[in-house]
Design a protein around this ligand. Structure first.
Ligand SMILES: [Cu+2]
Length: 124
């Protein structure tokens, strides 16, 4: 029985090493997820306007953020976390996911094509 558990644990370590993502370590610490529900933000991009437009949104460290993007054209959203995240979206309504940010601080989420800040994430 304990052998089985140990085998499972080392398998998890191997999978973790293979994935090579920054979030990997913090995910496995928490067991099955962080226990925090993802924050969902609706984003509408139309012509050269974006909603929300620079609003501040509080999120917890490590909390995943889902952007429900409704756009008239495909484009890209930048998340100025470290490392940066670039999220591509297509025309229509699609959900894109910002990986949880593991450092407290303010992170701009912006559309470079429109040169506008969509939201400022206040991570704490
Ligand atoms: Cu950017």
């Amino acid at each position: 029985m304990s052998t089985m558990r140990r085998a499972m644990a080392s398998l998890a370590v191997v999978l973790c090493a293979l994935t090579v993502t920054a979030g990997c370590g913090s995910d496995s610490d928490a067991g099955s997820g962080s226990g925090t529900d993802p924050l969902v933000i609706e984003v509408t991009i139309s012509g050269d306007s974006v909603t929300p437009n620079g609003e501040r949104v509080e999120v917890a460290v490590g909390q995943e953020i889902q952007l429900e993007v409704t756009a008239d054209e495909a484009g890209e959203i930048h998340v100025h976390s470290s490392p940066e995240q670039e999220l591509e979206y297509e025309a229509g309504t699609h959900t894109v996911t910002i990986q949880g940010i593991d450092k407290p601080g303010t992170v701009d989420v912006e559309s470079h094509s429109l040169e506008k800040v969509i939201v400022q994430l206040e991570v704490s």
